[in-house]
Design a protein around this ligand. Structure first.
Ligand SMILES: Nc1ncnc2c1ncn2[C@@H]1O[C@H](COP(=O)(O)OP(=O)(O)O)[C@@H](O)[C@H]1O
Length: 288
């Protein structure tokens, strides 16, 4: 991945100059049918490396609350590649005192996207730190979120696979509102218990809460942007600005659509199966 951080900065600067031209470039009109299986070369037998020996370079897409962070983090541990969540980079920047964090809070706490320039600066800095530590491969979560971000990324590196997580709309709001984090250990939990009737005779969807252990119970905090009003705005922004990114990758044959069938115990083994990830490792992780 050497050089991506620098390339992404250079490309972002170049694309700022040619923004008008870039935004005028239309997506291919005839998109091939959505890929339903991970490309054979996306992972090797145990999923850790591609068949050509390079570590995976994957992207997670999906609405707020769908579980991108949960599944991206599990896969990153299983495949031994860094999980880079731009939402976490933004939250780290928000936690640092000063005028920049005030400016960010105004945007994030209203459910809007921060500028491409800010997010690319945060991401290139994170990639640079990773390069210095010798990190290889990545699972990006929360980037790209606009067509322009997708074009910049496409211009600097090969993305092997884009996993588009899908969940019924009525579950998304409940999941965001139920999200809790332990302020001490950083563990992520969810107090929502979701039980929705099946659609068109389909199966019921049950997602049990993921409750914190007793030592975390009194230390739970909620993200300031997880209020009903702000989550609804984030969902609207996703439909407006990020959904076109799904089409961007679908047209390039890189999109794997995955409908989450329920909670983690039900969904995780099915996701591994859809990704062609085999081997003893996934049995251990599926049970975790
Ligand atoms: N790629 C990005 N482009 C612009 N803003 C971003 C990006 N990634 C994260 N953010 C900002 O950080 C916030 C939190 O991101 P994230 O945790 O990924 O949210 P979500 O739960 O809505 O998917 C977003 O609402 C947005 O303000």
């Amino acid at each position: 991945m050497a050089g991506i951080s620098r390339a992404i900065r250079v490309c972002a600067a170049a694309s700022r100059r040619t923004l008008a031209a870039a935004s005028a470039a239309a997506l291919p009109k005839e998109a091939p049918a959505a890929g339903v299986r991970a490309p054979a070369a996306a992972t090797g037998r145990k999923g850790r490396d591609r068949e050509d020996g390079r570590r995976v370079q994957w992207v997670f897409l999906g609405c707020p609350g769908v579980g991108k962070g949960t599944y991206a983090s599990r896969l990153s541990q299983l495949l031994d590649v860094p999980h880079i969540a731009t939402g976490d980079l933004v939250r780290d920047a928000l936690a640092a005192p000063g005028p920049f964090s005030k400016q960010l809070a105004e945007i994030v706490n209203h459910g809007k996207l921060v500028s491409d320039e800010i997010i690319i600066n945060l991401l290139s800095r994170r990639l640079e730190e990773g390069e210095e530590k010798g990190e290889l491969g990545f699972i990006l979560d929360g980037f790209p979120r606009t067509i322009r971000q997708a074009e910049i990324l496409e211009g600097v590196t090969d993305i092997d696979l884009v996993i588009n997580l899908k969940l019924r709309e009525e579950a998304l709001l409940a999941k965001c509102l139920g999200r809790r984090m332990c302020s001490q250990c950083g563990g992520n939990f969810n107090v929502a218990s979701i039980d929705i009737e099946g659609e068109n005779g389909g199966p019921r969807m049950y997602m049990p809460p993921l409750l914190p252990p007793p030592q975390c119970e009194s230390k739970l905090i909620t993200r300031p942007d997880d209020t009903e009003e702000v989550v609804k705005e984030r969902l609207r922004v996703y439909h407006d600005l990020t959904e076109p990114v799904e089409e961007f990758y679908r047209a390039r044959g890189k999109l794997l659509e995955f409908n989450l069938p329920g909670g983690i115990p039900e969904s995780w083994p099915k996701l591994l199966e859809a990704l062609n990830i085999e081997g003893p490792d996934n049995e251990r992780s599926a049970a975790a």
